[in-house]
Ligand binder design. Structure first.
Ligand code: N01
Length: 544
């Protein structure tokens, strides 16, 4: 039925689409390609940035590099793209990922259907018309039957509200909102707050040019050397010739990476053998370290062996025993917070111009005009870098101002924490799909693998609806309740909830409900569940 929306936009207008997709990162680009190319739908992508890239458009901080290996951190749906693109290093640097996504967008002619600089501030479901009304900051209103969010899991910057923050006379930056022209640290006294994956990448790079870098650490972190380097011609050739095998491995693995967990427990080998295995994994580097024993994330005693090894490495690398102690006093099991990968992180503390402040002993009291004041002294600074992470998984969705059936805002529906079915849909929000939403494996896996699975599932679902003349899809309350329980059970079967202050739990943002958000049951298992749900007539979803 043709009806007028609140903003007077008739479905025949040029502001009306079959589907609106938010975000032009890995998700939005592929979703547009499938819905437009395969299904022939009229699609508009709204992107707040001025270019494609999503996470990688914003995160331009010094040292920004992906922790997934290049040959796996890309699309696998198109053989031509796989054959034509060439990665230069074992891990892709931020500018290279942005170049890659531009290459894909240009090759598939995606940009003509993307509106850049379009910051979505409201999205309201109009029940009578069965349309989503999506409004941008500039006041444009788009309508569409399908509303698909590809806003990323780590895209809403968390700048802690430390007293006095606005009084600081120097410059401050959040790593996730880094100036495109870069920041010159030469001759500057820099303070960095935060030692997560981001902070650990930034420290060694900032240290190279800053006059002095003071790192403010609240929670000490494990880190494993990336062992990054240029890819050999031989490897590049191998990767291009074995795309089917690589894809098969990524789909079979728990985390969507192109390697499988060893089929052994930490206790299956002698102490000496275990030590040798860890040494070798340290040399190999990267996220593969986690995969040397299958029980590291399930059994605390097994985890302790890895934790002790890694703490030993910190004490070995960091020459100043006082700094080493601050860095190696880690309070959570290994990999219960996302394990960072580094290039010279602990080594950076051997430089004279890098110092560390233990915020557990001397917490930050306030930010002053001159710098940061902790419980025992004031640190004078020219620049403060907030490597303080994100309002993860829900932050960017809630910022869209989504309102579902009956005028119920998403913020209300998720008051006690996010509730989805398969991470994909929310009860009361018909035809809205949340790619890599809370309750999906997303952040616990190699993102492009998770994204391709979600995007393809949604495209198949929409195809099914269009072929069968179905107007609406939404999950039943019962299916949502079941999935929420399953997500909790999956997390509780691991050691993951033991890191009490992780962003997985929303614990990094004051006042955020503490709910373990990503699905810890594994990417392979998740894929199987989604396939079965679809094959079973979209079990748990109601069509109307
Ligand atoms: O953020 P984080 P991130 N006072 O939340 C500290 C992905 N990623 O940007 O642990 C003082 O992990 C906070 O301390 P604590 C990856 O999934 C991927 O580093 O809460 N300190 C912590 O040290 C990653 O997990 C890649 O006690 C405060 C830090 O800030 C996710 O993004 C690269 C504070 C925040 O760590 C997020 O990583 C980078 C306060 N008020 C990131 N508030 C690649 O793949 C926070 N902190 C390359």
């Amino acid at each position: 039925s043709i009806s007028k929306g609140a903003a007077g936009t008739a479905p025949t207008s040029n502001m009306h689409f079959d589907a609106i997709v938010i975000g032009a990162g890995f998700t939005g680009l592929y979703q547009l390609h499938l819905l437009r190319g395969r299904l022939g739908l009229k699609v508009k992508v709204l992107e707040r940035g001025d270019g494609v890239g999503g996470t990688w458009y914003w995160n331009r901080y010094p040292g920004a590099r992906c922790d997934s290996e290049s040959h796996s951190y890309c699309y696998y749906f198109d053989d031509e793209i796989l054959q034509e693109w060439e990665w230069s290093e074992r891990y892709p640097q931020q500018p290279e990922i942005v170049r890659y996504l531009n290459f894909v967008a240009d090759k598939l002619e995606l940009k003509r259907d993307i509106e850049f600089g379009a910051n979505v501030t409201a999205a309201r479901y109009d029940e009578a018309a069965n349309l989503w009304h999506v409004e941008t900051e500039a006041g444009e209103v788009f309508t569409a039957k399908y509303f698909i969010t590809g806003v990323g899991c780590l895209s809403s910057a968390n700048v802690p509200n430390i007293p006095g923050r606005d009084s600081f006379k120097g410059d401050w930056y959040h790593t996730g909102q880094w100036p495109h022209e870069g920041v010159d640290f030469t001759g500057k006294r820099v303070g960095q707050i935060g030692t997560g994956s981001t902070g650990i990448q930034a420290v060694p790079v900032i240290a190279e040019t800053a006059e002095h870098l003071t790192v403010f650490q609240r929670t000490a972190n494990y880190s494993i050397p990336a062992q990054n380097g240029p890819l050999s011609d031989e490897f590049k050739k191998w990767a291009k010739q074995n795309t089917d095998e690589i894809r098969r491995k990524m789909h079979a693995s728990t985390n969507g990476h192109p390697f499988l967990f060893e089929d052994r427990d930490a206790a299956d080998v002698t102490d000496a053998e275990r030590q040798a295995i860890y040494e070798k994994a340290w040399e190999v580097g990267g996220l593969r370290f986690r995969a040397v024993f299958r029980d590291l994330l399930i059994d605390k005693a097994a985890n302790d062996t890895a934790a002790e090894f890694l703490k030993g490495k910190i004490r070995e690398i960091v020459k100043d025993p006082q700094k080493a102690e601050i860095l190696a006093t880690i309070d959570h099991p290994f990999a219960t917070k996302r394990p960072p990968i580094d290039t010279g992180y602990f080594e950076a503390y051997n430089r004279d111009n890098v110092s560390i402040v233990d915020l557990r002993k001397t917490p930050i009291v306030e930010i002053t005009e001159k710098g940061v004041r902790t419980a025992d002294q004031e640190y004078e600074l020219d620049i403060i870098v907030f490597a303080t992470g994100f309002d993860a998984m829900t932050g960017s969705l809630l910022k869209l101002g989504i309102v579902g059936r009956g005028g119920v805002p998403l913020s209300k529906a998720w008051e006690a924490g996010p509730r989805t079915y398969l991470g994909l849909q929310v009860a009361g929000f018909p035809n809205m799909f949340t790619i890599t939403g809370p309750g999906s494996p997303s952040v616990l896996s190699n993102m492009p693998v998770a994204i391709e699975q979600h995007v393809e599932w949604v495209a198949d679902c929409i195809e099914h609806m269009e072929k069968n003349g179905i107007d609406r899809i939404e999950p039943t309350e019962e299916a949502v309740a079941g999935w929420v329980d399953h997500v909790n059970d999956a997390a509780n079967a691991t050691l993951l909830p033991q890191a009490g202050h992780s962003w997985y739990l929303g614990a990094n943002v004051p006042g955020k409900p503490r709910v373990f958000m990503p699905y810890a049951g594994g990417m392979a298992r998740f894929r199987k569940i989604c396939d079965e749900v679809a094959a079973d007539g979209y079990r748990g979803f109601a069509f109307s």
